[in-house]
Design a protein around this ligand. Structure first.
Ligand code: ZN
Length: 440
């Protein structure tokens, strides 16, 4: 372990170089010929963890892996941050390093790199904060691989159920989440027991920097913004609509049990409800992102006997989520009797919405104003680990960085100047929450 004490201005200059090198390294690890693929609890994610850990150690920080195989980084002067307790709490800055298949390089990774830079600044300043800062690279934030999000942080709080651990890999026929976690070094016995690997009372504050995944900051010309809340969701990975196959020319309309028409009917009804609820001012988005007939038997001339689809509703309000889900199930029952089909649901998956901490949001807005950045707030339509920490009672806050072309695709684009502005903001808020003072 080699400490490299440098003046904070020098550290700021180094920040750009360290960030560029780390983001390039992460890009090289994840490059798949189309975009970036770093699989949840898979080799790409693990290699990314190794790179961040090596970089942290090379700069004199100390590191550890927790029982959920998350990476933890702390100042060498505050190794207690590696194992905080309610009587000696830490402040956490975190994000994730996995990606969706053919995703982009910055979704998740930007937050880990920003957190590392913030710690390096504090290290360079030689401070000994009262509440030591702790960078966490969290495992498995993306739901793309096992159908459930926030896996590393859920494991931390004893919130992975046996059904979660048995979730199959998206490719099917392969391994389960539990097997992938064990291979990455997680302690499955403790996780299966629902043990709290991290006491929420041991975390005084949680910060997460993330690229914005929608178009708002670009449209409003804002490099950064502060998040007010995170939408939750209710999902089904697979709903099967079962009707009856038949000859497309020979079966009259009144005798048909067409699964695709039934599914289309459902979507039309849900869209009507969505429009009405939105007009009433409710926060709501509805998506059916995976749709298909059975490829082994479908044909132009065959009435589809089966249609399978995914269902997702997101909202900042728990009540709206439940109300819309209830509407969906009610419409399914109506369509079942009208069209003589059956809807068969797989397990319902829930992610609770979360409010960010008012006091931390205010501080981030004040720091934004002091830095000449927009003192503006936005909601987060996408889910983040911050929601898990907030719902465990940890005061939590998020910084969004402007990002052209959305995320979960190879085109996502983040400007290094925007990133460094957000990192400066993160550094100030983190130092303050840690009790390290403004000058750190
Ligand atoms: Zn993300």
């Amino acid at each position: 372990m080699s400490a490299v004490p440098v003046a904070s201005d020098q550290a700021r200059l180094d920040g750009r170089r360290v960030a560029a090198a780390l983001l390039d390294g992460l890009r090289a690890i994840g490059a798949d010929g189309v975009g970036i693929t770093r699989e949840t609890y898979g080799p790409g994610e693990s290699a990314a963890f190794d790179l961040v850990e090596r970089t942290a150690r090379d700069h004199g920080l100390v590191t550890a892996r927790d029982a959920a195989a998350n990476l933890v980084v702390a100042l060498p002067t505050a190794p207690g941050a590696l194992a905080p307790s309610a009587s000696a709490p830490c402040v956490v800055v975190a994000s994730h390093l996995d990606s969706v298949p053919h995703g982009g390089n910055f979704d998740g990774a930007a937050g880990v790199v920003a957190g590392l830079l913030a710690l390096l600044r504090l290290h360079a300043a030689g401070v000994r904060p009262a509440r030591p800062p702790r960078l966490m690279a969290l495992r498995g934030e993306e739901s793309a691989w096992y159908g459930k999000a926030y896996l590393g942080s859920s494991a931390l709080f004893g919130r992975l159920a046996p059904e979660d651990l048995a979730l199959p890999h998206r490719a099917g026929g392969g391994h389960t989440l539990a097997e992938a976690m064990a291979a990455a070094g997680a302690d499955l016995a403790r996780i299966r027991a629902g043990e709290r690997l991290l006491d929420p009372a041991a975390v005084a504050a949680y910060f997460e920097l993330h690229i914005e995944q929608g178009p708002v900051l670009v449209a409003r010309g804002m490099p950064t913004a502060i998040v007010t809340g995170i939408r939750g969701n209710i999902r089904h990975s697979r709903v099967l609509c079962r009707g009856e196959a038949g000859h497309s020319g020979a079966v009259p309309r009144w005798l048909r049990r067409d699964a695709v028409f039934a599914f289309a009917d459902l979507l039309t009804r849900l869209d009507d409800h969505w429009r009405v609820l939105q007009e009433q001012g409710l926060d709501l988005v509805v998506t059916s992102g995976i749709v298909g007939t059975n490829a082994e038997e479908h044909a132009i001339s065959r009435i589809p006997g089966e249609a399978a689809f995914s269902f997702e509703v997101r909202s900042q309000s728990r009540d709206t989520l439940e109300a819309f889900y209830h509407l969906m199930r009610t419409e399914c029952r109506a369509i079942e009797s009208a069209r003589k089909v059956q809807f068969i649901f797989d397990r319902r998956l829930d992610a609770a919405p979360a409010r960010m901490d008012d006091a931390l949001v205010k501080r981030l807005l004040a720091h934004s104003a002091a830095l000449g950045l927009p003192a503006e707030t936005v909601p987060s339509g996408a889910g983040h680990d911050a929601a898990l920490f907030a719902n465990e009672g940890v005061p939590s806050a998020m910084i969004f960085i402007r990002n052209d072309k959305g995320s979960h695709n190879p085109e996502e684009r983040m400007d290094m100047d925007d990133f460094l502005a957000g990192t400066e903001l993160l550094h100030r808020a983190l130092a303050e929450a840690a009790g390290a003072g403004e000058g750190a």
